[in-house]
Design a binder for this molecule. Structure first.
Ligand code: NAD
Length: 430
């Protein structure tokens, strides 16, 4: 074994400043640091540095006004040493290739950390789904599936929903793929239950976040009822986190979405917030709580802060204002490297995304397994299996961090990079 030298800025070069780092470079930085601690060979590091395959496609879509619009879409397959590629598809105006690349890398390490038999991938289309009709989204999803279909497969690459996509998007993808390659429900996960989706998939990511909060509170010997939680983002991840964490007894004092946030020192009634959200389409405007901005939410006086919206929400500047004693990363890459440094100096614990939001891909794994076996699990079985895996993933990570004297994120990357590195060697990639 040699220390990484090929293309490896991490071991010797000074860390770049935040403004110089793109999302993929900052994930690479974590990988390089782990590779150095693990004494991985330069060849293995070189393989992890780049994607195995990247597809960029032009997606022409006839809009409702009969005008043609050409969207840009991607599918990035980062590393498949441990199994078929797995990762969501994001519809977002900022879903550019570098972001998709970073998210694909995170999927490789998330699946490895949770010991799921998958590699990592991610897809994205630069579009604004909030400004598109259902018929336009249907046509766009079909165009995307048609253009990347050749790199998908039940044992090759299995997409899932992410920001801006949902179970309906997966149903369209499954249908478009099936028209060309034959009926294949296991080609995507996160489908509607009626089409072979798994019970519990929709809530799985939020359930996993709430389980991490519960385990961390137990480790701190704290009662959830004494823990004040602020959640940024009220989509799939944020809203289910709020719901399940409040059922576990946590006090949810603030939530927000793209339109703004709400705060109540004594704790919000999450069921009431949900009733308001169902009508208004936003938490903003909810009566019986104080309106706040997204910036204020991140800096609010609370115990746990859960960023569950976009990446890079907490950077080297606003990290100085975070009052929480723990940041629970519900979103992917919500804390930049500089933000992480500041939080660490200020003794704020950061539970990393590749553990915290892994509930979604874990239940996606259950869904894929059920599809392959043509068998259905009960909701109870799904939730039990998810809880078992989240609890053991959390315990393994925290005991590694304690043993090595590293931060949770470093421990998570060490476990994951070590597993992927071993698979690369065993498969004979190098
Ligand atoms: P979503 O589209 O359902 O919800 C996103 C939420 O963020 C919405 O409430 C939106 O209003 C809010 N938001 C958007 N821009 C914002 C801004 N500038 N400030 C504040 N809030 C803003 O997406 P999601 O599926 O909940 O995903 C959220 C994050 O979690 C993403 O980083 C995603 O990659 C990650 N994630 C999702 C899953 C999953 O299963 N859905 C799994 C793992 C990770």
């Amino acid at each position: 074994m040699t220390t990484p030298t090929m293309n490896a800025p991490a071991s010797t070069a000074p860390a770049p400043t935040e403004s110089q780092l793109s999302p993929s470079e900052s994930v690479l930085q974590s990988m390089y640091e782990s590779a150095k601690r693990l004494h991985l060979s330069a060849e293995v590091v070189a393989l992890l540095r780049t994607s195995w395959r990247e597809v960029r496609a032009q997606l022409p879509v006839r809009m409702d006004d009969r005008k043609l619009r050409i969207f840009e879409g991607y599918r990035v397959q980062h590393n498949g040493a441990r199994g078929p590629y797995k990762g969501g598809v994001r519809f977002h105006p900022k879903a550019d290739l570098d972001e998709v690349r970073a998210l694909a890398m995170l999927m490789t390490y998330k699946c490895a950390l949770m010991d799921l038999p998958f590699g990592g991938a991610k897809g994205g289309v630069m579009c604004d789904p909030a400004r598109m009709s259902q018929t336009e989204l249907n046509r766009l999803t079909r165009a995307y599936t048609q253009h990347i279909g050749m790199v998908l497969g039940i044992n090759r690459d299995i997409p899932a929903p992410d920001m801006g996509t949902n179970a309906q998007t997966m149903a369209w993808m499954m249908d478009a793929y099936g028209q060309r390659y034959g009926y294949t429900p296991g080609i995507v996960t996160g489908k509607p239950v009626e089409l072979g989706g798994s019970q519990g998939r929709e809530q799985a990511t939020g359930r996993g976040v709430a389980l991490c909060m519960r385990e961390y509170a137990a480790l701190e010997k704290q009662n959830p009822a004494d823990i004040r939680v602020a959640i940024q983002g009220y989509g799939n991840v944020g809203s289910w986190t709020a719901r399940i964490a409040s059922q576990q007894g946590f006090k949810i004092i603030a939530v927000s979405d793209v339109k703004g946030g709400i705060y109540k020192a004594g704790g919000l009634d999450v069921a009431e917030v949900n009733r308001w959200f169902a009508v208004a389409g936003s938490v903003a405007g909810f009566t019986g709580a104080t309106p706040i901005t997204n910036e204020q939410l991140l800096e609010i006086d609370c115990d746990y802060l859960v960023p569950a919206a976009l990446g890079e929400a907490i950077d080297g500047t606003n990290a100085r204002e975070v009052k929480a004693r723990a940041v629970i990363e519900g979103a992917n890459h919500p804390v930049t490297l500089a933000g992480d440094e500041v939080l660490s100096r200020r003794k704020v614990t950061v539970l990393p995304d590749i553990l915290v939001n892994a509930g979604g891909v874990t239940v996606s794994y259950f869904e894929w397994t059920q599809n392959i076996q043509q068998f259905r699990w009960s909701l109870e079985r799904v939730n039990d299996e998810l809880e078992r895996r989240m609890v053991s993933g959390f315990a393994e990570l925290m005991s590694r961090a304690a043993k090595d004297g590293t931060r949770p994120r470093q421990a998570a990357f060490d476990i994951a990079v070590e597993r992927v590195g071993k698979a690369i060697l065993l498969r004979g990639f190098v």
